[in-house]
Design a binder for this molecule. Structure first.
Ligand code: FAD
Ligand code: UDP
Length: 392
């Protein structure tokens, strides 16, 4: 009772389930762009969804649910989020621990040369990999994607073990889109992403979310499952960003989501590893180790890291892209489409392996669809959050 908002004769235009990117973007747009009254509920005790960050006991800014690196090719998404945060440029780099060496991932010219003990130029490396590649007529699985580009040896050393650990199944069982996220390069570019915009929110994701949700038309209720309020607080329509199967009581069966267990640690040293993330494809039970200070640029005499241990049970973090799951999702999707007054948005609700920027784009598109706006941004002036204005 105590943390419920006062229920007036008519309360909210929208009940938004989930305060992650999908829910927060829609809350912000509906409130600020269309003057709607919205109630955002989240069963966690914080906003931001899986992008939530906070200062740990030592004062180091960490991401509770694993490393979140913002990158996009969409100027619209970047500008939109830029209303709520300043940016700090950050280009992410990843090394993989393979046969006692730390080698760049994605595989690039240096990876090839160091792995095979060669000294090839770009052209020669391309020809060399062509001799190792095992072309496949149809690229359907995550095994096909890699083997057809780099052959079996690099596949086994860099992809097979990591993927088996991360997903609990062989790459040959997973859709191509999973390992296709990681390109192969014949130059020395060792950035993980090549998007036009690569930046982190200067004061963290949570501050950005707080700025988005800071509006008189938005109420936020944490530690609350929407089912506890849906029958109590009146609203006109719902935006749902949780797992789609759960919304329908798993009536067609449970949709598989892959989970992770995070082991956070603070170390009495200034730096732990040379880059933000080190992957462990073939050794250890964890897949990767992230050292947050590389991502955030924070200076601190101590450092904090997180280890990721893949799990089949636990909070749903990843949809699992494979044909039978897509077929099961289609059944839920059809039901979702037929459910009047509820909009399904985000990574869990649309069962898509989406990055943050894709979820923001999806939410902005949904806003335009709901409100009939041609351009959801055109109606509002640029908003400079108080903290940013003061710092400027
Ligand atoms: P979520 O962030 O999952 O938000 C959904 C919210 O709904 C949750 O807070 C949940 O508590 C709430 N909820 C669910 N059910 C209910 C209910 N019944 N009642 C009340 N509340 C409910 N993307 C990138 O772009 N770059 C990265 O580097 C990156 N790294 C990632 C690393 C990991 C380990 C993971 C798991 C994801 C990563 N992502 C990354 C993806 C990114 O986290 C997602 O794209 C994004 O957070 C999805 O936002 P969302 O709003 O759809 O879902
Ligand atoms: N992958 C791999 N080895 C690596 C990096 C990635 O096998 O060194 C595969 C693995 O299947 C992983 C997928 O590529 O799940 C996508 O990697 P990404 O880093 O994009 O995963 P995310 O950050 O979404 O967990």
């Amino acid at each position: 009772m105590s943390h419920r908002p006062t229920v007036t004769s008519f309360a909210f235009d929208y009940l938004i389930v989930g305060a992650g990117f999908a829910g927060s973007v829609l809350a912000e747009r509906l409130a600020r762009g269309s003057n709607k009254r919205v109630l955002v509920v989240d069963r966690r005790n914080h906003v931001g969804g899986n992008a939530y960050d906070h200062h740990d006991a030592a004062g180091v800014l960490v991401h509770r649910y694993g490393p979140h690196i913002f990158h996009t090719n969409s100027a619209e998404v970047f500008d939109y989020l830029g209303r709520f945060t300043e940016w700090r440029e950050y280009e992410h780099r990843v090394l993989a621990s393979v046969d006692g060496q730390l080698l760049p991932v994605p595989i690039n010219l240096d990876t090839i040369n160091r792995f095979y003990g060669l000294n090839l130029g770009s052209r020669e490396a391309e020809k060399f990999l062509a001799t190792l590649a095992e072309p496949r007529e149809h690229i359907r699985t995550s095994e096909d994607v890699v083997i057809s580009k780099v052959g079996s040896e690099l596949y086994k050393k860099f992809f097979r073990g990591y993927t088996r650990k991360q997903w609990g199944m062989d790459p040959s069982e997973l859709d191509a889109q999973v390992t296709a996220r990681i390109p192969v390069r014949f130059n020395r570019d060792d950035r993980y992403f090549t998007d036009s915009f690569q930046s982190m929110p200067r004061h963290g994701y949570t501050r950005m979310f707080e700025n988005m949700l800071d509006h008189p038309n938005i109420s936020v209720l944490l530690q609350t499952d929407y089912r506890d309020v849906a029958g109590v607080i009146p609203f006109k329509e719902m935006i749902y960003t949780g797992p789609v199967d759960e919304f329908f009581d798993c009536r067609f069966g449970k949709l598989p989501y892959r989970s992770l267990e995070f082991k956070h640690e603070t170390l009495e040293q200034e730096q732990f590893q040379p880059v933000g993330v080190v992957n462990y494809p073939n050794s250890h039970a964890f897949t990767r180790v992230t050292e947050f200070k590389h991502l955030t640029g924070q200076r601190h005499p101590k450092t904090s890291v997180v280890y990721e241990f893949p799990r089949s049970e636990g909070d749903p973090y990843y949809p699992v892209p494979k044909p039978e799951n897509a077929a099961l999702y289609q059944q839920y999707h059809a039901l979702a489409e037929a459910t009047a007054g509820v909009h399904f948005v985000g990574r869990l609700a649309t069962y898509r392996y989406y990055n943050m920027d894709q979820v923001v784009a999806q939410a902005l598109t949904t806003y335009k669809k709901i409100t009939g706006h041609r351009n959801g941004n055109a109606d509002t002036p640029r908003i400079i959050p108080a903290g940013v204005a003061a710092a400027a």
